[in-house]
Write a protein that binds this ligand. Structure first.
Ligand SMILES: [Zn+2]
Length: 481
């Protein structure tokens, strides 16, 4: 809406100038072309072509082979006359970066899609995973919602921007990023270390959000503004070794099992940050009365414990957002059936809130376990850095809210990912990052159509709407006003 008004305003000014100055017809025509709203029907066809082509490229990671995607993107950019650079630590695993220059009055906007996908168990797929089958309003294939949707939408947005000739206040940088799903070495880590000047930006849009539907009705849009950070905590229990025929109450495995159960059942202290407070408040406002009462009671110290227990059992994602979470995922002990081992260890996957003080949290774990036979240590874990949330009071967040209203007629809820994303590397360098995503039915993942499932799909209309959404956000943030 805003854009239409300002366009009319500019058009009016232009017409006057033209009359007064008798500007050439040629200029007027080129302006009119630039100001035309996009022809979405034609664009949808083009979107579908690129989306299907990208899904049909097997970029399973490992091994990745993301250069295959880069080769495709290169042909598209070449056809549009958009300059790019290919950045590759490993020749088979290239990234590609394309930039449309702005006047530099604002710092750049980076739009990202990752080009790799997770593995497939091919025999479990109804439609072959790299077929991009179009059926009953859906597109099926590995990567349809992770992340060839973002890749397609950001690529289309770049193309449309270039063709429109719209003047930009800031550079718009497109990035097809390798190595998101497994080791981040050839992708974001390499880019941040070796190509920082090529991707440095004020704002970044990448995967991590979605627009959610229930019974075919849009409920709300989620924008990822924060994420938890992964830590590895090791429990090591000690005890005397001995003969298996003479059991010991001091057996290291017994100590460890008690510790693991204690820590897994513990409800760590909860606290909100800007994102999660707003998330639960907004979630309550779009939920059923029963759900709303539960979310609201999280703010009531009398009722909060019961609500948390419900979430722990029924909504583990929402429960995890409330505190630093602990999941015992690996246990090692013993080596021979007749030997009581002298040690036993467990690895805990600890997902910390952005502001967590880990040494203090470890002390809290020790207090819970309360057993001098069990050591608690924080180990090195090669993973994404801990970062502060991106602001929900920024120009970018406002643009995302506006686009959710104009494209989906829905409200926006900020969300903190319990998992880690590559945005952590960018947030760690001060980039304000926002996770976005297309419209997805809540019912789809439980049916087995979610990301990383044995069948992945997206509503065809959702990819089209997602391109419009990206276009709205990017032009709002980057076009000269
Ligand atoms: Zn992904």
């Amino acid at each position: 809406m805003q854009r239409t008004d300002s366009r009319r305003h500019r058009l009016g000014l232009y017409t006057n100038q033209m009359l007064r100055l008798c500007l050439s017809l040629c200029l007027a025509v080129s302006f009119a072309l630039a100001a035309e709203p996009p022809d979405w029907k034609k664009i949808d066809e083009e979107t579908l072509k690129h989306y299907q082509a990208l899904i049909r490229i097997d970029s399973t990671d490992p091994p990745g082979n993301e250069t295959r995607v880069v080769d495709y993107v290169k042909t598209v950019l070449d056809a549009e006359g958009i300059p790019y650079i290919v950045a590759a630590k490993d020749p088979a695993r290239a990234n590609i970066i394309a930039r449309l220059k702005g006047n530099g009055s604002k710092r750049p906007l980076l739009i990202v899609g990752h080009s790799d996908t997770v593995k497939v168990d091919e025999k479990k797929w109804i439609y072959p995973p790299f077929s991009a089958t179009r059926k009953d309003g859906y597109i099926y294939g590995r990567g349809t919602i992770d992340d060839k949707d973002n890749l397609t939408a950001s690529l289309m947005t770049l193309i449309l921007l270039k063709r429109s000739g719209i003047k930009l206040d800031r550079d718009v940088i497109f990035l097809s990023e390798a190595g998101e799903e497994a080791a981040t070495g050839p992708g974001i880590e390499y880019l941040v270390e070796e190509h920082w000047k090529d991707i440095e930006a004020e704002i970044c849009l990448a995967e991590g959000g979605l627009v959610t539907r229930r019974n075919g009705e849009i409920r709300y849009a989620l924008i990822q503004t924060a994420e938890k950070s992964p830590n590895l905590v090791r429990l090591t229990a000690h005890g005397p070794a001995g003969h298996g025929s003479r059991p010991l109450r001091t057996n290291a495995i017994v100590h460890l099992s008690r510790a693991v159960e204690t820590i897994a059942m513990w409800d760590p202290p909860m606290r909100f940050n800007d994102t999660t407070r707003y998330y639960f408040e907004k979630l309550a406002s779009v939920s059923t009365p029963e759900e709303a009462a539960r979310y609201n009671s999280l703010f009531d110290s009398q009722k909060s414990a019961a609500a948390r227990e419900y979430l722990a059992q029924n909504e583990p994602g929402n429960y995890s957002m409330l505190h630093t979470s602990i999941s015992p995922n690996i246990i090692r002990a013993g080596y021979q059936i007749n030997v009581i081992p002298s040690s036993a260890e467990a690895e805990l996957d600890v997902r910390a809130l952005p502001d967590e003080d880990m040494p203090k949290f470890l002390d809290a774990i020790r207090k819970q376990i309360n057993d001098p036979a069990v050591d608690v240590t924080l180990e090195k874990r090669n993973d994404r850095p801990r970062t502060d949330p991106s602001s929900i009071h920024s120009e970018a967040y406002a643009a995302l809210e506006a686009a959710n209203r104009s494209v989906y007629d829905t409200s926006t809820i900020p969300v903190m990912s319990t998992g880690a994303t590559d945005m952590a590397f960018l947030r760690a360098r001060g980039v304000q990052c926002y996770g976005i995503g297309p419209m997805i039915d809540e019912e789809d993942a439980p049916k087995g159509f979610g990301a990383h499932s044995d069948q992945e799909r997206l509503l065809e209309e959702a990819i089209y709407k997602f391109v419009r959404f990206n276009w709205d956000v990017v032009t709002n943030l980057a076009a000269s006003k």
